[in-house]
Each structure stands twice: as structure tokens, then as C-alpha cells.
Design a protein around this ligand. Structure first.
Ligand code: AMP
Length: 545
């Protein structure tokens, strides 16, 4: 017997319609690449999203065809999220931090029809436009006056400003009633090896993820929040925040291109931000700026930190010095991206701070909708004892079943997606990543977690960034070393840092050496690039060898 409930598809257009109807006057604030702070509302954004949908009809962009963005977090990018997907096209958010050759490859692979770019990325567009034959229109996310300045030294064919494109269009639009399984947006994975592969999200997966992300034990988003996603809208849809924001009606604050500590602090402060989300590297810049200038953020209640392991020193700095709760999160491009969030359970609330900290450091509990397990080398599931580390597999309605155009080997193993992460799960269901499978250090047959080694170094007051890598060793197979960037003006010697490890991990897990460098290579999404780092260390030899 079938249920007797209405069969309304889950569609992205309904999100922006809901936001307009129920939270129409709520502000969307953006730091623009034009240099100013821009203010709009959900009502205006909804109207402009409909104008964009009309404009795409006018350009003849077909259903399911791709419209790309090369843009920072801002209100025009936000409008694209709804105008493009809501009207049945697929929003392809391109990561502008990729090298131009990769951008060309991705745009051609996705067969983008239109590409909208922030003015900052004009040099990239100029360099690549004649290598992207599928792109019929290039749209500068600005008005005609700014476009004229931009192209003073020469333009490119088929170029138009966003404001001119949508300006004359009506702000009414009959959103199509799509199959909820239709593709809505796509995002290519960072692709440390081989060509990037795209996750292709659907309306249904996006809406389910939007509900889940707003849950109290996830991001706990509400109409009382002012939310600043530092996490880019070009990287897994800013962790789905633009969608959840429409569902709950929170104020949105977009930082644009200025992600330095000072600029982010200013927005957090002046816009009364209560909730912010980002990767550790950005928070490190903010904390350093606040420490150097004795600043506080009384309204900021919580931050979600994910994308890389959050160092304990960062959790301490936010919690103990600023009273900001830190929620550790884990996810992947292939997972829309949220998989787990770390919030304590009722039974943990009376634990001493140090005991709570041990839990907070874990990547967290699975969000309802994400099923997970860890398996050993034989594929057998390992116990949830917080000790048995194995390959982490996940399944659920917002996790990919295949890559766009079937690129790469079929990813699923018996219906589960292998994440490539190595993890433990404890009896309460808290998952902890110990490594990417390719980063695990194997010493004398035992595993050493590079994350543990990095976290200890990061707790040293002179250390800005630390990366642990395994170096070949004739006897032990591999031994860890830690590569360190010092904080500006701070000092620490190799010996002092190695002594700092004493009593914090087993002796055999203490790195064999410290290598000081000026910078650690970061990938397009702010993660440390260990493959590149290893290349830089090509001539390195472990002490005593
Ligand atoms: P991406 O698809 O670029 O978002 O990268 C996903 C990968 O980032 C995951 O498979 C993890 O290896 C890593 N990652 C994400 N969040 C965390 C976290 N909180 N701790 C450790 N690694 C993380």
C-alpha cells in the first residue's frame, strides 16, 4: 500500500521562493571585488535569480546544460545557485585556484555553455577563452561600467556583463517542475593525481543535505543566525550553506576575495556574525590577527572547522580565549560534502574539559542520512572500539554512486563509497580520521598517524603550520619527519620541538627530524599538498643514514 502524501518533488527553486516569502527582508551582505560592501535581501536575490533564469532561456541554454561560475562568495554567485539550477540547468562551480590548464580541461570536460566570472579572474578568462569551444557566452559578474574598465586594453568575443545580461529581464519566472533526481550542480574534486573527477549533485540530494546541515547537532542554523561561509562557494557549494540558509532564513555574509585575518575579522564584527564555517588555514590567519591586536568577537558563538584535521591548539584558542564553540566536521566533494560533525552527547557534558577535548578532536558522529563503517584489508568490518583503524566507507542519498561521465573506475564497493580515509569509530559512533590512506606512515609494521604528529607540533607556540611525511628507512620501512613553518618572529629549534613531543605520543612515533621551511604547498582548496611537499624534499636524507 502506498502512502497518501503529496508527491511534490524536492527542488532547489523552492528554496529561494521560500526564502523570499518567509524571510524576504533578511540581508545578504557581500564584500565585493569592486571594493565596497554590498547589501541586498532574499527578496531582491530571488527576483534577480528569476531574471537570470529568463536570461538563460534567452541565450538558448538547454535543460541539463552546464553554466559555470568562476567566482568568490558573493550575492551574484548566490543568485546563480538558484537561477541556474532552479531553471533546470546545471551549475558548475569551477575552482579558480586551479592552474589555467586544469580549468581549461574541466570546462571542456563539463562542456560548459556559459561561464560567469568575477572580475578578479579576468586574466584567467583572457588566457583560456579561445581554448574552451563549448562556451558560447562569457559573463563578467559586474556592471557595464566595470566591464568597460576591465576591457580597456582589449576584450574577448561574446563577452557581456552580468548586470546587462539580466537587467532587462522580467523578475517573474515559472520555475519548471523537474524530476527531483535531475542534476542540479557539479563540482570537480581537487584531483591530486590524474584528471579531476566531478561529483554531479541532484535537486533531491541537495535538498536532503540542506535539511540535514541545518540540524541542531550539525550546523544548528536558524533565522536568528548571521552566517559567514568562509568556505568557498566553488568548493562543494560552500558546504551547502547557501541552500540551508534559504531554508532557515538566516542572514548571510559573504567575504568575497578578502580572506586575510583582518578582513574576515571586520565582517564578523560589523555584521554580528554568530556562525562561521571554514578550513583551518583561514581560521589560523584570523586567530593570529586577533591575538596580535587583542581583538574579541562577542557575538560569534560557533565555528565549523573541516576540510582538514582541526589542530587541538585551534580548538583551545577559539574556546578558551574567545568563548567560541568549535565544531569539527568531516566530509568530501563526493558527499555534498557533510558526513560527520562533532557535537557532544548529553552524557559528555559533565566531563572535565580535557576529557571533552579528546572527543572534540574526533571528526564526529554521522549525520542521519550518512551510514559509515571501517573495514580491514580483507574487507571485513572492524569493531567500533575507537582503536581499530581501517578504510572508511560511506553510503547515503547525498553520496555519489558514480562520477560524471563515468570517469575513473566505478567507485562503489558493494554499494559503499570508499572515502580513501583511514579512521576509527568508537562505541558512541564518533569517527576519527587518522590519515588519508596514501599519507599513512608505516614504521616497523605499525601505523603512525600523520595527523597526530602534526597536531602536537601545531600546539607549540612558535609553529604556524606543520606537515608530517614518511621518509623511506632501510630498517623501519618509513620514519616520520615533521616539516614546519614558524610563526613570524617566533623561534624554536629542532631539538626543542622534538623534546616537545616527549610524553605526548609513544617514543617510536616521535618524528626523526624537523625540517624548517618558509611555506608548505597548499592545494586549490587550502589543504596541504603532501605529494608536492615530498617532491620538494627529494634530496632529503633522514639523520644518521
Ligand atoms: P575534498 O573532497 O576536497 O573536500 O576533500 C575531502 C578530504 O578532505 C577527505 O577525504 C579527508 O581526507 C579530508 N578532510 C575533510 N575534512 C577533514 C577533517 N575534519 N579532518 C581530516 N581530514 C579531513
Amino acid at each position: 500500500m502506498l502512502g497518501l502524501m503529496q508527491d511534490r518533488p524536492l527542488l532547489i527553486s523552492d528554496l529561494i521562493e521560500h526564502a523570499q516569502r518567509h524571510h524576504g527582508d533578511v540581508e545578504i551582505v557581500s564584500r565585493r571585488v569592486e571594493g565596497d560592501i554590498h547589501r541586498t535581501t532574499y527578496r531582491e536575490a530571488a527576483g534577480r535569480a528569476r531574471q537570470l533564469a529568463n536570461a538563460l532561456d534567452g541565450l538558448g541554454v538547454g535543460q541539463g546544460e552546464r553554466v559555470a561560475s568562476l567566482a568568490w562568495n558573493g550575492y551574484r554567485h548566490f543568485e546563480m545557485y538558484f537561477g541556474v539550477s532552479g531553471s533546470g540547468r546545471v551549475l558548475h562551480t569551477v575552482n579558480p585556484r586551479l592552474i589555467p590548464e586544469q580549468i581549461v580541461w574541466i570546462v571542456n570536460h563539463a562542456e560548459d555553455r556559459v561561464l560567469c566570472f568575477d572580475m578578479t579572474f579576468w586574466p584567467i578568462v583572457k588566457a583560456i577563452h579561445d581554448q574552451c569551444p563549448t562556451v558560447k557566452r562569457w559573463v563578467a559578474l559586474c556592471d557595464d561600467a566595470h566591464l568597460a574598465q576591465l576591457t580597456a586594453a582589449g576584450g574577448i568575443p561574446n563577452l557581456v556583463s552580468y548586470e546587462a545580461l539580466i537587467g532587462a529581464q522580467p523578475s517573474t519566472y515559472a520555475w519548471p517542475v523537474l524530476d527531483e533526481n535531475s542534476a542540479s550542480s557539479m563540482c570537480y574534486t581537487s584531483g591530486t593525481t590524474g584528471h579531476p573527477k566531478a561529483a554531479l549533485y541532484s535537486h533531491k540530494s541537495t535538498i536532503l543535505h540542506a535539511y540535514a546541515a541545518a540540524l541542531p547537532d550539525v550546523m544548528c542554523l536558524s533565522a536568528r543566525d548571521s552566517v559567514l561561509p568562509v568556505v568557498p562557494m566553488f568548493h562543494v557549494n560552500a558546504w551547502g550553506i547557501p541552500y540551508s540558509a534559504c531554508a532557515v532564513g538566516c542572514k548571510l555574509v559573504f567575504p568575497g576575495a578578502a580572506l586575510d585575518g583582518k578582513s574576515v575579522f571586520e565582517l564578523l564584527d560589523t555584521e554580528g556574525v554568530t556562525f562561521a564555517a571554514g578550513v583551518p588555514t583561514v581560521w589560523q590567519m584570523l586567530l593570529t590577527h586577533m591575538a596580535q591586536n587583542g581583538l574579541k568577537l562577542p557575538k560569534l558563538g560557533r565555528t565549523v572547522i573541516g576540510g582538514s584535521a582541526c589542530p587541538p591548539a585551534m580548538i583551545d584558542a577559539f574556546r578558551l580565549e574567545h568563548g567560541v564553540d568549535v565544531l569539527h566536521a568531516w566530509g568530501m566533494t563526493e558527499m555534498s560534502p557533510l558526513g560527520t560533525l562533532c557535537t557532544l552527547k548529553n552524557k559528555h557534558l559533565d566531563l572535565p574539559e580535557a576529557e571533552q577535548m579528546k572527543i572534540r578532536l574526533k571528526q564526529g558522529r554521522s549525520i542521519f542520512g550518512v551510514d559509515m563503517k571501517v573495514v580491514g584489508p580483507d574487507g571485513q568490518e572492524l569493531p567500533w572500539d575507537g582503536k581499530s583503524a581501517g578504510d572508511l566507507l560511506v553510503r547515503g542519498p547525498w553520496i555519489i554512486r558514480d562520477y560524471y561521465r563515468g570517469e575513473g573506475a566505478p567507485p562503489l564497493v558493494d554499494g559503499w563509497f570508499p572515502t580513501g580515509d583511514v579512521a576509527t569509530i568508537d562505541a558512541d559512533g564518533f569517527m576519527q580520521i587518522t590519515d588519508r590512506s596514501k599519507d599513512v606512515i608505516k614504521s616497523g609494521g605499525e601505523w603512525i598517524s600523520s595527523i597526530d604528529v602534526e597536531n602536537i607540533a601545531m600546539a607549540h607556540p612558535a609553529v604556524l603550520m606543520a606537515a608530517c611525511v614518511g621518509m623511506h628507512h632501510p630498517k623501519w620501512d618509513e620514519r616520520p619527519i615533521v616539516v614546519v613553518v614558524k610563526k613570524p618572529g617566533a623561534e624554536v629549534t629542532r631539538e626543542a620541538l622534538l623534546a616537545f613531543y616527549e610524553g605526548k605520543i609513544a617514543k617510536w612515533q616521535v618524528p626523526d627530524d624537523v625540517v624548517f621551511v618558509d611555506a608548505i604547498p597548499l592545494g586549490a582548496t587550502g589543504k596541504m599538498q603532501k605529494v608536492k611537499l615530498r617532491e620538494q624534499l627529494a634530496g632529503y636524507r633522514l639523520p644518521g643514514l
